[in-house]
Ligand binder design. Structure first.
Ligand code: HMN
Length: 291
């Protein structure tokens, strides 16, 4: 279990002006995360990769690039979840064949699937791939909530080794920690790294680690070591940065900040809009002030 813990960047993908994958730029982002942000792992195909806006072939291409560039240097987790379960299975098999350490899948969204359907979705992907699975739990975007008991039922499948907890309900987080000490819990909101680390999560997966990875790792390590005051100062600075990023446009701003760090991070895929001139300036100011 501890083997797969740690700080993972939710990998950004560089798209060109027409929304096509910029492979060289994406490789630069990966190297930046490994060598400059010193993350323990990459979470590939998540929200941050703009995964739900791209085709199956593009998803595979990104899974391939991340493996090719990151192999042997960082842990690799592939988000393969999709409302199209056949696609999830296809991507899960592809990532498993490539050698991904574990799969992750978002709870199936948009349609109001009941719990039996959700459970069947996970068990189907696992049966087809034989790989480990981390549940991607993000109720604010999916509208899908899970109770402590439902997590327990999902964890009955021993291949389901944990959850990426992108939710602000710390009561549920604490209950999960106590009930399932052997399962992996990843903090999924970068804003809550300190509080989650105090509850002894096993790591974090987030978008802002693409630019703020070093500081995030410090918060995690300090908080776990009981150095709360130092960790809190770093979380305050981190959250000043995150507040600025969210106000300016989440993924566009992270890409713009990466450009100031020398990375050809490209643009976001439509329908996400471009940053205005003022937005670009605001991103540069955030980088200067906080990074
Ligand atoms: C992913 O799937 O790409 C990420 O792991 C998602 C991650 O939880 C991020 N959530 C979203 O982007 C919706 C957070 O890192 C988030 O961006 C950050 O906490 C700022 O709010």
């Amino acid at each position: 279990k501890t083997k797969l813990g740690g700080i993972y960047s939710a990998l950004m993908v560089a798209y060109d002006e027409d929304g096509n994958i910029n492979e060289n730029g994406t490789r630069e982002i990966i190297r930046h995360n490994i060598h400059k942000m010193e993350v323990d792992g990459l979470y590939v195909g998540g929200s941050t990769g703009e995964n739900f806006m791209i085709s199956t072939e593009e998803k595979k291409r990104i899974l391939y690039i991340a493996m090719d560039e990151g192999r042997g240097q960082v842990k690799l987790m592939a988000q393969v979840g999709s409302v199209n379960l056949k696609e999830a299975v296809e991507l899960g098999k592809y990532a498993t064949d490539l050698g991904y350490d574990a799969l992750s899948a978002v709870t199936p969204f948009y349609y109001k699937f009941d719990f039996e359907e959700i459970k069947n979705y996970y068990n189907t992907i696992i049966e087809a791939t034989g790989n480990y699975m981390v549940i991607y739990f993000i109720p604010s975007l999916t509208g899908v909530n899970l109770s402590l008991d439902q997590f327990g039922e999902l964890f009955e499948n021993e291949k389901i080794i944990g959850v990426k907890f992108s939710h602000g309900d710390f009561f549920l987080l604490e209950r999960l920690r106590k009930a399932y000490p052997d399962h992996l819990i990843y903090a999924g909101l970068d804003e809550m790294m300190l509080s989650a680390a105090v509850l002894h999560v096993d790591g974090g997966i987030g978008s802002t680690y693409n630019v703020n990875g070093i500081r995030a790792k410090q918060i995690y390590t300090l908080a776990k070591g009981g150095k709360i005051k130092e960790a809190r100062e770093l979380q305050h600075t981190t959250n000043d940065l995150i507040e600025g990023i969210l106000a300016n446009g989440l993924y566009q701003t992270i890409k713009e900040i990466m450009k100031t760090q020398g990375v050809d991070a490209g643009y976001c895929r439509q329908p996400t809009k471009r940053l205005s001139e003022e937005g670009i300036i605001a991103a540069k100011e955030l980088a200067e002030k906080y990074l």
